[in-house]
Design a protein around this ligand. Structure first.
Ligand SMILES: [Zn+2]
Length: 389
């Protein structure tokens, strides 16, 4: 689940978070457990890796800045090289798909929670071992919000008496799901959303066309990571007649907006089917670029993306109804948005948005995909006749 790790200096969109880590480290007051709190895709995992690489580096670089000394990895020592080759013995990533590598986990399906077995075997049982190469060992727990109560309680004992050489970083997008006892034993570092202009610049630098870059920078609400994934995903399927590569998620969204602009109640079933197929196409494309992610999770991500696209289309249509044409996410398809706006009942606008949000929850609740998309379209048409059990 990695690519070459950036140095801390290269992470330029989370200066505040990196700054507070640097100050604590410089003052010799580093905590043993951190929560990197913030939405997905704002650089929490990237920062955890870069921070870990710096801690483990055998030839740390120290640069004087007006804010104090900035510590960074050298990128050349044996530790840094091992780190980049993904083989550092003192850096451990913990994520739910590790379940199949646990003693009892073979052939078990990837779960929704982060299983207690994974935490036990990859963290609790290992943390007593001294670092093999340097002065620290670093453990990064991905999706800590998915730790259930049993897993959190198991972790608690380690957090109460952490070995002096260990640094545990919990990446968490919903800190309210952590027990107060866990929260109080960690130092929380907030990671804020990244501004739209910055995301736009990075996307264009990656070769994403202007209109698509503008769309994704608005769509992803401060999540550069998400924007990069969606803007660069190749959705062409093998064997496509037109398999030149290059069908993008943005092409799918353009088609969606046209369809929504012309949507009639009688089209519900057909459009719901199209939504389902498009979600599958996106999930399949994601599957090609993701390592160790379960099919269920990939399917959920594809379905949620389609729902979020509808959500933005509806939000934009509502803004237009209110006379607010500036800063629309779908400013590239203003005609289609206006057509949609004509169909929406402005009195039920707020309710419609919450109905759409509820459909996103249905995806996590494993409700049948057909039911989700049909229900969503019926809501958009002003009806609410499908309810989930
Ligand atoms: Zn180094």
């Amino acid at each position: 689940m990695t690519a070459k790790t950036l140095s801390l200096q290269q992470i330029f969109c989370q200066d505040k978070a990196v700054g507070s880590l640097q100050r604590a480290f410089g003052a010799g007051k580093m905590a043993h457990a951190y929560i990197f709190a913030g939405p997905d895709g704002v650089g929490r995992a990237m920062t955890a890796r870069a921070w870990g690489k710096m801690l483990l580096c055998q030839s740390r670089v120290e640069k004087k800045t007006p804010e104090g000394v900035f510590f960074d990895s050298c990128g050349k020592c044996p530790s840094c090289l091992l780190f980049d080759g993904d083989g550092h013995p003192d850096f451990v990533s913990i994520y739910k798909e590790l379940l199949s590598y646990t003693k009892e986990g073979k052939d078990r399906k990837p779960p929704r929670d982060l299983p207690i077995d994974v935490v036990r075997e990859f963290l609790i049982e290992k943390i007593g071992n001294r670092p093999r190469m340097g002065e620290f060992s670093v453990y990064v727990i991905h999706e800590a919000e998915k730790l259930n109560a049993a897993g959190q309680n198991a972790l608690l004992k380690t957090l109460e008496e952490p070995p002096s050489y260990c640094v545990i970083i919990l990446l968490c997008s919903k800190t309210e799901s952590l027990l107060p006892t866990i929260y109080s034993r960690c130092q929380s570092i907030p990671f804020g959303p990244i501004d739209r202009e910055h995301i736009l610049t990075v996307l264009k630098r990656q070769g994403v066309a202007e209109s698509a870059a503008a769309y994704w920078s608005g769509f992803c609400e401060g999540s550069l990571g998400q924007a990069l994934v969606w803007a660069t995903l190749d959705c062409n399927e093998k064997g496509d007649k037109d398999d030149k590569g290059g069908k993008s998620v943005y092409d799918i969204k353009k088609e969606l907006l046209e369809k929504l602009g012309h949507f009639q109640l009688a089209d519900t079933i057909e459009l719901a089917e199209w939504l389902g197929q498009s979600a599958k196409q996106i999930s399949a494309a994601l599957g090609k670029v993701s390592v160790d992610v379960s099919t269920t999770d990939l399917n959920r991500r594809g379905q949620k993306l389609m729902i979020q696209m509808i959500l933005w289309a509806v939000s934009d249509a509502m803004r237009i109804s209110l006379g607010l044409e500036k800063d629309l996410v779908n400013s590239d398809q203003i005609t289609a948005v206006k057509k949609l706006a004509e169909k929406l009942d402005s009195d039920r606008a707020g309710e419609l948005v919450s109905q759409i949000y509820r459909k996103i929850e249905w995806v996590d609740g494993s409700i049948n995909e057909k039911l989700i998309f049909e229900g969503l379209l019926l809501n958009t048409a002003g009806l609410d006749i499908i309810t989930a059990a």
